[in-house]
Ligand binder design. Structure first.
Ligand SMILES: NC(=O)c1ccc[n+]([C@@H]2O[C@H](COP(=O)([O-])OP(=O)(O)OC[C@H]3O[C@@H](n4cnc5c(N)ncnc54)[C@H](O)[C@@H]3O)[C@@H](O)[C@H]2O)c1
Length: 248
């Protein structure tokens, strides 16, 4: 970053992970990134890079200094993860630390990676709306419900703009194991559409708190996309029901 760099300063957590890697490559020119992960982030280019554990509050405070928007991807994403052994640090402490530190550092916004697992407790034949309360299908989903809940508190009570993305099943459809309670095609999202949604979550002004749905333009969608499209200008192009538009 140069002295005259006027790009938004983004703290991207989980930058060595699957979605973090796709997003920092997608937005490498648009933003000035501070990247952080438990493991080294390869090919960071001009961007500032840290290896750190966000379960430590003081570390997280230092990382949030001078940041415009935090895109919080770091977590244990395994749906079978154990509360004490796996989730307590990455999904609970680190998530609280990000909101607390971002607010205290004067950041403009947090974009939190929630998950469709936060609502997998709803019946498979009932489309889920963004305003439906969390109904987790597993303890991992409950950790994402915790993040949505913290986002509502910080967004509406502490004035820290927050968007929570209930991310669907990411990636290459042929590699996604069919262990979801709904047709996996109805919650599918490509990295291309997800990166576009992240752009819109960072750039759309005047939002205190909002839950949005992170799925592609699937012909049948278990997660309703109406207000995500209309409020953010989200315009996904891929469709798990169309073989020509279902590659990640
Ligand atoms: N991949 C999916 O299908 C999917 C679906 C819904 C939601 N999500 C959510 O999206 C986010 C990114 O998912 P992903 O697929 O890229 O996961 P990933 O496991 O590939 O990446 C997560 C990264 O977070 C890092 N991390 C974990 N704990 C950390 C800590 N305490 N401090 C710093 N870094 C830490 C890990 O080292 C890892 O590189 C996660 O929050 C996940 O729960 C993913």
């Amino acid at each position: 970053m140069t002295q005259s760099d006027s790009r938004r300063r983004i703290l991207l957590t989980g930058s060595a992970g699957r979605i973090g890697t796709a997003y920092r490559i997608h937005a490498a020119d648009a933003y000035s990134f501070r990247l952080v992960d438990l493991r080294p982030t390869a090919d960071a280019g001009e961007h500032e890079c840290h290896v750190a554990d966000l379960a430590d509050l003081e570390t997280t405070r230092a990382l949030c200094e001078g940041i415009d928007t935090v895109v919080h991807m770091a977590a244990d994403p395994r749906t079978w993860a154990d509360f004490y052994d796996d989730l307590l640090g990455p999904n609970f402490k680190a998530t609280y630390n990000i909101f607390r530190a971002a607010k205290d550092a004067g950041c403009r916004r947090v974009v939190f990676a929630s998950s469709v697992n936060a609502v997998f407790g709803y019946p498979a034949d009932r489309q889920v709306r963004t305003y439906d309360a969390p109904m987790p299908g597993n303890v991992y989903g409950a950790s994402k419900a915790f993040g949505e809940s913290l986002g509502a508190y910080f967004g509406l009570r502490e004035g820290l703009s927050t968007l929570c993305i209930r991310i669907g099943a990411v990636g290459d459809l042929s590699h996604i194991v069919g262990d979801t309670p709904v047709d996996v095609r109805s919650i599918f999202v490509t990295l291309r559409d997800l990166c576009h949604l992240l752009d819109r979550c960072i750039e759309t002004p005047d939002i205190d708190y909002m839950i949005v749905h992170g799925v592609s333009n699937n012909q049948h969608s278990w997660l309703d996309l109406n207000d995500t499209r209309s409020r953010l200008g989200y315009n996904p192009v891929d469709d798990a029901f169309n073989p020509e538009r279902s590659a990640s």
